[in-house]
Ligand binder design. Sequence first.
Ligand code: UT7
Length: 330
Amino acid sequence: MRSGCVTGSRLLGSGSALPARVLTNADLAEQIDTSDEWIVERTGIRQRHIAGEGETTSTLATAAARAALADAGLEQGDIDLIVLATATPDNTFPATATKVQHALGCNGCIAFDVAAVCSGFLYALTTADSLLTTGAAKRALVIGAETFSRILDWEDRTTCVLFGDGAGAVVLAAPDAANPVAGGGPGVIASRLHADGSCHDLLYVDGGPSTTQTVGHLRMKGREVFRHAVVNLANVLGEVIEDAGISAEDIDWVVPHQANKRILDATAKKLGIPAEKVIVTVDIHANTSAASVPLAFDTARRDGRIKNGDLVMFEAMGGGFTWGASLIRI
Ligand code: UT7
């Protein structure tokens, strides 16, 4: 938390990337016992992008990072920190962030992955903001990138219809410590992160190097995750609103994790935030885990909805459970 209106790291640009292949609900209904009607009514999802041959978490992340750098008017040499959130790394190790770093050509800078599943972007953003604020780095790429299609059980209709692949990235710059901005300047204002490991079995992957020596598949008790999501998200949004000393009406845009349109609606309603202020991309991207918040943010910036000066709330909840929110003046 930062006192008053003094802001943290500034956001200089954003970018995103999606695989070329689109899989519609109708396509899925040809493969498994589901329907477009059920998926739209229960989730709001109409289609998702699926990575093809040669497309991996690192290639999508690199494309999103390049777009974010171009948007910020920067080059790879200007970056000295890469924090990449993913639950679907190219390899168990090394960190996918190091592959992105090498592909971009900024070898030598700090680069590591963050594992917080669907909340990964919030964890990565808060970690990068902290490192920038302490002076450990000057300009950071914060990336959320996933290829969840590779860990889905395509015969399990309760999970495989919900997820998609993609990547989103933002460029952050360290706050100017000598000239702190008072009175609503751009930058990160307040962030909160949480985790509750007792909920492991409600959303997890049933494999891993140290347990089964396999990659495994995603397993989820959807109804219970849904119930926790609405409560946890409403609580953490309330915390950040209080930390920042604002009221819900002051927020221009909420950019939520895109898991289910019904979760977005229920959370906004609990806080009294009108639906028109909530960015929704779950219909076209489905749930892209750590990529969903930066993907939705970049979509709304590029189509002109989110503008410089807007007060934007990011929020997400996912496996672990983990959840968090971050308030930023663009
Ligand atoms: O990103 C991390 C956070 N993840 C989430 O936030 C996901 C949270 N959960 C959800 O979004 C919802 O719980 C789901 C979309 C996963 C499920 O919606 P629901 O309204 O909770 O449905 P349900 O699981 O209670 O299932 C209702 C029925 C069941 O049939 P019966 O038992 O009532 O006969 C399911 O078998 O719908 C059936 N069903 C399906 N039918 C057609 C489940 N999946 C499908 C499907 N197509 N794909």
